[in-house]
Structure formats: structure tokens, C-alpha cells
Design a binder for this molecule. Structure first.
Ligand SMILES: NC(=O)c1ccc[n+]([C@@H]2O[C@H](COP(=O)([O-])OP(=O)(O)OC[C@H]3O[C@@H](n4cnc5c(N)ncnc54)[C@H](OP(=O)(O)O)[C@@H]3O)[C@@H](O)[C@H]2O)c1
Length: 327
């Protein structure tokens, strides 16, 4: 084992242009943790929000003046190279996938909690596996929250990004009939995933009322009443993403959703997806048997991490962006 590693760090909150490659000691795994040699790391809109410290609400959680962990990258595929105390059920040399909510994946080595690891099947390449934890895990949890099942009609608003491309595929796999919005340039891609595409300039208020069992809101920013109007009696709207204010981000919209839902049988639920190793394992199995296909727009080498972050920061990712770290 070498003693030092390369890592991409930010000194303070700010754009991707401020991220620098540095040499650091390889971290030691603590109790219940493993050390991973990182093979691939996929990026998410969430990495950019933490990198920018935007909305300001993220700063009390991730660090007031600068991120406590200066290394971004939450979705990691890697090889276990050392075990901390008290770790069982996983061995050195195992290939795993994990979500690191605080980041750390844009480095050659990263420490991860052993309980969060999912084994990577040999049939799933590291860069494909790394796309799954946050984007596909969130899509899965959004469909669970809205009870999407066989024969139901679901509308996915903002289907061309990481969460959206997985949500379309997973809803179709559950037997749902999927409508989805995206811009004209992404129409063919989203249709290819199994959705009937509605142009994103079509305002939800102009779609037929009560025509869906579930609406998954990822990016439209449409008024909540307009979204709720689209679902049938007993149906639900799940809020996954979208821009909010500079200070509180999505929180005011989440509070309005709770108020609107009180006493209503058309609920608007705000999703806070959590790392779930058992869901990740099921997603890996779906990819291994060819039923789920991570859509990767761009692959970057470890030397080009700042460019990869800048691309996601621009907000027009189609599917996923992945960094090959080693191997
Ligand atoms: N609630 C949770 O637990 C949770 C978990 C994960 C993510 N999120 C949130 O979910 C959202 C998506 O995350 P992500 O990582 O999938 O993002 P992403 O991959 O960066 O999404 C980018 C895509 O969104 C599309 N888009 C942007 N505005 C749109 C609009 N008004 N209508 C339709 N499409 C639009 C873009 O298409 P164009 O290029 O055509 O604009 C682009 O393809 C973010 O807000 C993220 O913070 C929430």
C-alpha cells in the first residue's frame, strides 16, 4: 500500500473551477468502516449543491465556512483494501458499491461504513455500478412512495437527468404506463427508455385533470396545485427535486406541500431519499441481468475531475456523468 493518494479538493464553497488535485495521506478506516480503492465515481446534482454551498441551508449540515469533507463524490464503486475494527461480513479484495453522503469519492482511496456496502456482481462494470446509489436509489424510493405498480399511469416531470432516466425505466419495469417531460433535444433518449414524451414547455395546468395515479416531480417547478390536479382521487405527487430559493432551497415548497396535503386524499409527499444497501443490491441485480440500463452521457478520466464537475454544474446532464478513478 502507498502512504499517500491523489484527491480532488475544494478549499471553500464555490464552482468547479476552484477544485484542485492534491496529495494526501491515505485515510485509515475506523470502527465499522472499510478502506476502498476507488474504481469509479458517479456525480449527482447533489455533489454540485454541496460544492457550491447552495442553498445556504446545506452549510450548517456540511460545514459553515467550507465543506468539512473537502472531497466531493458520493457514489462509489471500489475494491475493499483494508478493514477497520469490528467489521465482519466483508473481506479484503471484495468489489463493492456504496453511497457516501458526505462525499470522498473523487480520491484514489475512500473510507466507507461497512453496513452501507453492496457487493458488485462481476457482470456489472464499476462505472455502471457507480451510477446507481443516489440516482437509481432515489428513483426507486420515489416510486415506492407513490405506490407505482402494474397497469398504473405515472407522469415523470424532468426525465432526462440521472434520477429521471432511472425513474422512467424502473416505472416501466413495474408495469406502469409512463409519460415523461423533457426538452426537445432529449426526446429520443427518453422515448428510448420506455416513456411517452410530453414536451416540457407544456404546462401541467394544461394537461387533463385526474389522469395519473402518480406524478414524480423532479424538475418542472410547476405550482403544487397544478401537480395535485393531475392525480386521481387517492393518487399522489412525490416531490424529488427542483430549484428553490438561495437560502432555504426546497424547504418552503415542502412546507406548502404538507399544508396542501392535510386532510386531502391526493397527497403531495416530499421525498428525502436515504442510502439503502438492500435497494442498491436489487438495482445491481437488475443491471446484471440486462433489465436496467444506466444511461451514461460522459465518462471522464481522474485527471479531468474539474471538467466533470463543471459539466454537472451546468445543469444539462443527460443520464449520468462518471469518473474513472482506477482500473
Ligand atoms: N429528494 C431527494 O432525496 C433527492 C435525491 C437525489 C436528487 N434529488 C434532486 O433531484 C433533482 C435531479 O437530480 P439529478 O442528479 O438527476 O440531476 P441532473 O442529472 O443534473 O438533472 C439534469 C437534467 O434535468 C433536466 N431539467 C432541468 N430543468 C428541467 C425542467 N424544467 N424540465 C424538464 N427537465 C429539466 C435537464 O434537461 P435540460 O438539459 O433539457 O434542461 C437535465 O437533463 C435535483 O434537484 C436533485 O437535487 C433529490
Amino acid at each position: 500500500m502507498p502512504e499517500t493518494m491523489s484527491a480532488w479538493e475544494q478549499e471553500g464553497y464555490g464552482p468547479a473551477s476552484g477544485v484542485r488535485r492534491v496529495e494526501r495521506p491515505i485515510p485509515a478506516p475506523g470502527r465499522g468502516e472499510v478502506l476502498l480503492q476507488v474504481r469509479a465515481t458517479a456525480l449527482n446534482a447533489g455533489d454540485v449543491r454541496i460544492m457550491l454551498g447552495d442553498p445556504l441551508l446545506v452549510r450548517p449540515v456540511f460545514g459553515i465556512r467550507r465543506p468539512r469533507n473537502p472531497v466531493r463524490g458520493m457514489d462509489v464503486a471500489g475494491t475493499v483494501v483494508a478493514l477497520g475494527e469490528g467489521v465482519d461480513g466483508v473481506d479484503v479484495d471484495e468489489e463493492v458499491v456504496v453511497e457516501l453522503p458526505g462525499g470522498g469519492g473523487l480520491a484514489q482511496y475512500a473510507v466507507a461504513p461497512a453496513v452501507r456496502l453492496a457487493r458488485r456482481p462481476a457482470a456489472v462494470a464499476p462505472h455502471l455500478a457507480a451510477t446507481l446509489p443516489i440516482a437509481a436509489g432515489t428513483a426507486w424510493q420515489a416510486l415506492d412512495a407513490s405506490g407505482v405498480g402494474d397497469g398504473q399511469r405515472v407522469l415523470i416531470l424532468g426525465a432526462s437527468g440521472g434520477v429521471g432516466t432511472f425513474a422512467v425505466q424502473l416505472a416501466a419495469l413495474r408495469g406502469a404506463q409512463v409519460d415523461a417531460t423533457c426538452s426537445a433535444r432529449n426526446r429520443v433518449v427518453v422515448e428510448g427508455l420506455g416513456a411517452h414524451v410530453i414536451d416540457r414547455d407544456t404546462r401541467p395546468a394544461r394537461l387533463p385533470a385526474e389522469s395519473y395515479d402518480a406524478v414524480v416531480e423532479i424538475a418542472s417547478g410547476a405550482p403544487l396545485r397544478d401537480l395535485r390536479r393531475l392525480v386521481r382521487d387517492g393518487g399522489s405527487v412525490v416531490l424529488v427535486g427542483g430549484d428553490g430559493g438561495r437560502v432555504l432551497g426546497p424547504v418552503p415548497r415542502m412546507l406548502r406541500a404538507a399544508l396542501l396535503s392535510a386532510g386531502s386524499n391526493r397527497r403531495i409527499r416530499s421525498l428525502a431519499a436515504t442510502p439503502r444497501a438492500e435497494i442498491l443490491t436489487r438495482l445491481l441485480d437488475l443491471v446484471a441481468v440486462g433489465r436496467l440500463h444506466p444511461l451514461i452521457e460522459r465518462e471522464y478520466s481522474f485527471a479531468d475531475v474539474a471538467d466533470a464537475l463543471a459539466h454537472v454544474e451546468a445543469g444539462h446532464t443527460v443520464g449520468k456523468v462518471v469518473v474513472h478513478v482506477a482500473g
